[in-house]
Write a protein that binds this ligand. Sequence first.
Ligand code: G4P
Length: 268
Amino acid sequence: MAKARRQMEEELKLVDIVIELRDARMPLASANPLLEELARNKKRLIILNKADMADEEENRKWLSFFERALPADSVNDRLTNRVVNEVKDILKDKLEKAKARGIRKKTLRAMVVGIPNVGKSTFINNIVKKKAAKAENRPGVTKNLQWIRINEDVELLDTPGVLWPKFDDQEKARILALLGSINDDILDKEALCAFGINYIKENYPGLLNKRYGIDESKEDLIKEIALNRKWLVSEGEPDIQKTCEMFLKDVRGGSLGRITFERYESAQ
Ligand code: G4P
């Protein structure tokens, strides 16, 4: 932890802006408290990644919640121009100052940070054109950091900053575990599954019925799913463990549809 902190501090000194990836399905739970502390005075662009898996209406609301944020599907969107333009706009004062000092071409430096599995590598590959030339090592920095040129205006620290989410808020930990961003071994799988099923039933009525063909008004929906899918330990006896595993896989893979697990209203 201390090492990660030091490294992040060093890296932050080298950049003009932090591009922070959050998971659009959980815009608050996927934040990192260390970054809040260390990058308080840094310019920041938030990317609500995996927006294609999140509820479109919630996406719109969450975008308005952050000062500067863009939605992204790092697998399918073309993000380079949108990201570069946003970065230039956020740093326009810096560019103007450089211009006033006679520097006509100021290259802005950025780093991508985010919790594991939020899509940092996919995002970087997306915004960096395939044959991006790696810039040379810069002498004088503590580590041999590599920079990749996105275009003539912006370059990116080659390795993304990996940050751990915070586990001590129970509600957030549950959502992180549900979406597979923290190890779910620390939580009771059945309880996690029940939480997910209940959340979807309450906020997205009809989705469970569509995926599993169950009557959502029934009492024990895990059991209903098991019986309907014939995930059984023996004749008529539901295999709850298997059902939970399959359900979690479906949720994480987006098989139930576009779902956001943190409501914008609850953050107000
Ligand atoms: P990381 O570097 O932050 O750890 O994440 P990485 O890019 O490896 O992405 C993790 C998974 O998320 C990958 O799935 C990737 O394809 C997927 N992903 C990243 N961005 C998006 C996005 O905007 N939309 C969608 N739908 N998926 C995205 P994977 O290859 O299947 O890996 P895994 O799930 O088997 O680990």
